[in-house]
Design a protein around this ligand. Sequence first.
Ligand code: ZN
Ligand code: FE
Length: 278
Amino acid sequence: MTLVPLPAFADNYIWMLHDGSHAIVVDPGDAQPVFDALARHKLQLAAILVTHHHADHTGGVPALHAATGAPVWGPATERIPEPFTPMAQGDVAEMPGVFELAGGLRFQVIDVPGHTAGHIAYFLPALPSLHALPDSPTAPSQAPLLFCGDTLFSGGCGRLFEGTPAQMLHSLDALAALPGDTQVCCAHEYTLSNLRFALAVEPGNTELSHYNAHCESLRAQGRPTLPSHLATERQINPFLRSREATVLRAVRAHAELAADAAEADVFAALRQWKNDFR
Ligand code: ZN
Ligand code: FE
């Protein structure tokens, strides 16, 4: 099972997961990078997953669907190119016929409103059939995967275009509760600019400094900083840490907050600080 970030536009990643014969893609804002990768690896497109309605995540869907017939899964309450199977919290996108080595794929859908009102994320738990074959070179063990669109970024989170701070905080809490070894597949390479802000919030966070140095060297080599690990994000991402004393203190020093400010107010002030940060 191979996970590949296909660069698109200035800083998007279209995530492709394939087993050498079939592929699924997440948020194909552009069809061409997907067609190129399918041809390069001689793959058949088996499914298209969409997290939210923005054009940089859906623009390639009609062409890919028309050319391959691959079924599309998408957020139940948003308008994305038809036809698609609407998905919401608790639903499972099941692909029994593909990835036979893994016994088929079952993506669990998590509602993550905030960036958009109907944004969803797809979580693929660790694949037991692969873990059962630890010595097989063709079947490496597969950590859980999270495709979170524009909700969680490495070191940051999506802007609140349609949802409230309370909704986004709740959405990020749900993602943060997933297993620590989850590979976080974000839809944009925003990591370095996010980490610049994170360091302004928590200058004394040593894990954060180390992670920043690591990501700077990856980018200097032209490599993606993603996927990230959820355990790392919990240690370095201020938007998963808005209840930590260090982050609370920094937000209070930056913004006027009532002594009894609610968690969502702290989160809102942190998000606003990031919006204004240069
Ligand atoms: Zn978006
Ligand atoms: Fe986007």
